[in-house]
Design a protein around this ligand. Structure first.
Ligand code: HAM
Length: 417
């Protein structure tokens, strides 16, 4: 027997409902703020991600599905959407459009990770990007809209962590300072942290070791080292979030696995999720478009995992699809009656009714049971080419009609006078 590949899953019709609801919230919330849908290809040149996401990131080093396209070019199933959208922005000369250019997207992405609850190899993201605006209001807008989306989906127990990374230059200087500080306190650190001082000094902030935590309480913080205009930008983002009533925690050690970030960085998590608690996050990427060969252009965006939104979100009451009419042909051996039934269902749909034709050859009795199960309002039993019996399921009333009168009778109202 075949099974879905490890780390992948099927979206069955019953699961598709909540995804549809999510999409309509995205359209309403982001569409209402001037974001328009964009979709980029499922694969791109490997070089785009190496340059965009960063050659030394886990994503690029370990998690990409890369393959030769048959012509000697290396392609990669997209692990994320920001680099592709910036590629599309440059390719289509969108800097000529009124700025900022605002996009939302919803699609599947691929990372070769160890699967667990909330972590898949093919997963879905909803995201948005605002390109061409540096104003802190843009940052706050993105965060507010994402908060609204999570709220609309009933995502429980959310927590927003916020930081600013400043510029890459500030970061290099800060990293040197932090590394020096850690070396000066080596004897008080856990073995694990000590071994990684030069490799990844930021990890020390996440340590659960008491001694390390004591050292880190007095460690220099990047937020205190920001250049004045970066610090001012961040202050305004915080002020706007305060005014919007969005609660956040400043996290000096917030790290996200992508290299393109500058300035604002944020992540929503939910304690309704297990180990994979990150629901969605993002940040500013003011150097990315230039790195990909475009004009210097600021940008900010987010992506959220749809599986995680659905796991942490509220069950929503899902109304079954309405069925106005089930057409049953009394004697399917009668070819002309079968044609009349087929036509009746088709014409009913053209008239705007949700109409289905009984397709399995059930007996009349079990067709009526089936009509009950699918909640059909009416059943039309096609007796022959010309005549039908229309039964209203709620009242049980039934009438013999000309086949041509069935649709008009249903449209006229529910009572079969
Ligand atoms: P990311 O944090 O790598 O950011 O992914 C965003 C979200 O996608 C995560 O918070 C998580 O919910 C979900 N996600 C990531 N990997 C998996 C997985 N293997 N299985 C299930 N869900 C997953 C980005 O992708 C950036 N492009 C976000 C961004 C947009 N930054 C600026 N603009």
């Amino acid at each position: 027997m075949f099974q879905a590949p490890k780390g992948t899953y099927d979206v069955l019709p019953r699961d598709a409902e909540r995804r549809g609801i999510l999409k309509s919230h995205v359209q309403r919330i982001f569409g209402g703020a001037g974001y328009r849908r964009i979709e980029t290809p499922a694969f791109e040149s490997t070089e785009l991600f190496a340059r965009g996401v960063g050659a030394s990131t886990d994503i690029v080093q370990k998690e990409m599905y890369s393959f030769d396209d048959g012509g000697g070019r290396s392609m990669t199933l997209r692990p994320e959407g920001t680099a592709p959208i910036c590629r599309a922005y440059i390719e289509h000369g969108m800097h000529k459009l009124p700025l900022p250019v605002k996009f939302w997207y919803l699609g599947s992405f691929f990372r070769a990770e160890q699967p667990q609850k909330g972590r898949y190899r093919q997963f879905w993201q909803v995201g948005a990007e605002a390109i061409g605006a540096a104003a802190p209001e843009t940052d706050a807008e993105i965060i507010v809209l994402l908060a609204e989306l999570l709220d609309a989906m009933g995502v429980k127990g959310t927590r927003l962590r916020l930081a600013s990374l400043g510029t890459p230059e500030t970061r290099v200087e800060y990293r040197d300072e932090l590394t020096g500080y850690l070396h000066a306190h080596e004897s008080e650190l856990s073995d694990e942290v000590r071994a990684r001082i030069d490799l990844n000094p930021m990890r020390a902030f996440d340590s659960s070791d008491r001694g390390t935590q004591a050292v880190m309480a007095n460690a220099p913080k990047l937020l205190d080292r920001l250049a004045p205009d970066d610090a001012e930008h961040f202050d305004q983002v915080k002020r706007l979030l305060d005014v919007a009533g969005i609660r956040y925690e400043l996290d000096p050690a917030l790290v996200r696995g992508l290299d393109y970030y500058t300035r604002t960085l944020f992540e929503f998590s939910s304690d309704a999720l297990g180990a994979q608690s990150g629901v969605g996050g993002g940040g500013r990427y003011d150097r990315l478009i230039e790195q990909l060969g475009g004009q210097p252009t600021p940008g900010i965006g987010f992506a959220a995992g749809i599986e995680r939104i659905l796991l942490a979100g509220a069950e929503q009451p899902i109304a079954p699809d309405p069925v106005d009419l089930l057409v049953v042909v009394a004697d399917r051996e009668d070819r002309t009656a079968a044609v009349a039934g087929f036509e009746l269902a088709r014409e009913a749909r053209q008239a705007g009714l949700a109409a289905q034709l009984e397709l399995t050859g059930r007996s009349l009795k079990s067709a009526l049971k089936h009509a009950d199960r699918i909640n059909a309002r009416y059943v039309a039993i096609v007796n022959d080419q010309k005549s039908a019996t229309l039964k209203e399921m709620d009242s049980g009333e039934q009438h013999d009609l000309k086949a041509t009168g069935v649709i008009a009778t249903i449209l006229r109202g529910s009572r079969l006078a």
